[in-house]
Design a protein around this ligand. Structure first.
Ligand code: UD1
Ligand code: UDP
Length: 387
């Protein structure tokens, strides 16, 4: 007799989780004989999440709609946890799939544990080893690991970190990062930019610095000092423009609007749809960011990345030479950007495209690993980076 499909409940809440889980949703939905995939969103993010759901044509079966303006970690955690109980009891999944390191990630894993349903963690094993950096993501990811039954590590390094923590080798699959699967779906050689300010920046022919910021540990003076550094770059370099799709977080918006007021060649925009953002990255000269996902995407596009942090849980592209950690100090950021603008040899060294994070087939490996876990297929070969 044919076995019934595996009931997989996929839960996420923020923009990056949605981007990185979309390929997994696609892969499981493309295997309807084997999987019944139900998507639930906590909606820790709202507009920024909905942009991604629309792009990938994902209609969640359940939407907890928890986002509130300026929400605290306590609010996100408690509202998500409470909302999840009913979903878990109604869907009765065979496995709950979570992604990454957000408060949604940890909370969903905890909720699944409370009803004794196994957890699969996509993008498992990234570590800085520092409790408060990034905050609260390092600990969210570690807590999720403790609650996880099947770990999808994107790289061999992430696998090694899990092994060091005593995670059984048999429960770890090295899949590559699904962000590269998503990126490959949207980057096109000739891209159209719908936002007038973005189109104007690209059409200007200037060298573009693409900026994003949002990390909690950078709120306040660190962000102000990064913005002051970029303002100095704009004043010093007339052939340069900064495009900055500003995160919806009010703490980030207020700071950016205040420091860049009256500054030349700064294009502040609303968050861009993923396709438009990825293509803008492909048209940029340098990326300056504190984001996690951009540290994975930009190297694949051959764009040097200056990371506004002292430590990263994504060391592979630092080792490959495409990503440099520059912290948030005004002079250090200014000098790092100026050097990349002024020193072609340095720029060329950093602009070599590298793909330590994936080959575009991570979601297929996640699917195969799930089939293996449930005794329905062979163990998939691990992802190995070629450079
Ligand atoms: C969250 C995650 C972080 C992840 C980041 C990706 C936590 C604690 N933080 O940080 O790990 O890297 O998302 O972007 O899990 N807002 C809107 N509309 C939106 C999204 C956010 O208005 O679509 C505003 C709201 O005022 C909200 C605030 O941003 O209260 C903060 O959102 P929140 O999810 O709590 O934190 P992020 O800084 O976005
Ligand atoms: N991104 C986007 N539009 C934007 C800015 C970023 O689609 O205006 C994408 C980006 O390509 C990456 C993800 O959002 O895939 C990163 O999200 P964020 O920096 O908010 O979170 P993090 O990766 O740091 O968790």
């Amino acid at each position: 007799m044919k076995e019934r499909p595996i009931r997989a409940l996929i839960v996420f809440g923020t923009r990056p989780e949605a981007i990185k889980m979309a390929p997994v949703v696609q892969a499981l939905r493309g295997a309807a004989d084997d999987f019944e995939a139900t998507v639930t969103v906590t909606a820790q993010h709202r507009e920024m999440l909905d942009q991604v759901l629309g792009l990938f044509d994902i209609v969640p079966a359940y939407d907890l709609d928890i986002m509130q303006e300026g929400q605290s970690l306590f609010e996100v955690t408690s509202r998500a946890l409470t909302g999840l109980e009913g979903v878990l009891r109604e869907v009765k999944p065979d496995i709950v799939l979570v992604h990454g390191d957000t408060t949604t990630t940890f909370t969903v894993a905890l909720a699944a544990f409370y009803v004794k349903i196994p957890v699969g963690h996509v993008e498992a094993g990234l570590r800085t080893g520092e409790k408060y950096a990034p905050f609260p993501e390092e600990i969210n990811r570690r807590l999720a690991a403790v609650l996880t039954d099947i770990h999808f590590a994107p790289t061999a390094g992430a696998r090694a970190a899990l092994l060091r923590e005593g995670v059984p080798s048999a429960s770890i699959y090295v899949t590559g990062n699904t962000v590269i699967d998503a990126l490959r779906q949207v980057v096109r050689p000739r891209s159209v930019f719908h936002k007038p300010e973005v189109a104007a920046a690209v059409a200007s022919g200037r060298r573009l610095i693409l900026v994003t910021t949002h990390r909690r540990e950078n709120w306040g003076e660190p962000l102000d000092s990064v913005y002051r550094a970029l303002r100095r770059v704009l004043v010093a370099c007339p052939d340069v423009a900064v495009v900055f799709p500003v995160h919806k977080n009010p703490r980030v918006r207020q700071a950016a609007e205040a420091v860049f007021a009256g500054c030349p060649r700064i294009y502040l925009t609303e968050p861009l749809p993923y396709g438009e953002f990825a293509n803008l990255m492909a048209n940029s000269f340098i990326v300056v960011t504190d984001s996690g996902g951009l540290q994975e995407e930009a190297p694949a596009l051959g764009k040097p990345v200056l990371v506004l942090r002292e430590v990263t849980e994504r060391p592979e592209a630092v080792d490959a030479g495409t990503v440099m950690l520059v912290g948030t100090g005004e002079d250090r950021v200014f000098t790092a950007v100026k050097r990349l603008l002024d020193e072609p040899a340095l720029y060329e060294r950093m602009a070599a495209a590298v793909n330590p994070y994936g080959d575009g087939r991570a979601a297929e490996r996640v699917k195969a690993a799930l089939l293996h876990y449930f005794g329905r297929g062979p163990r998939p070969a691990d992802f190995y980076a070629v450079n």
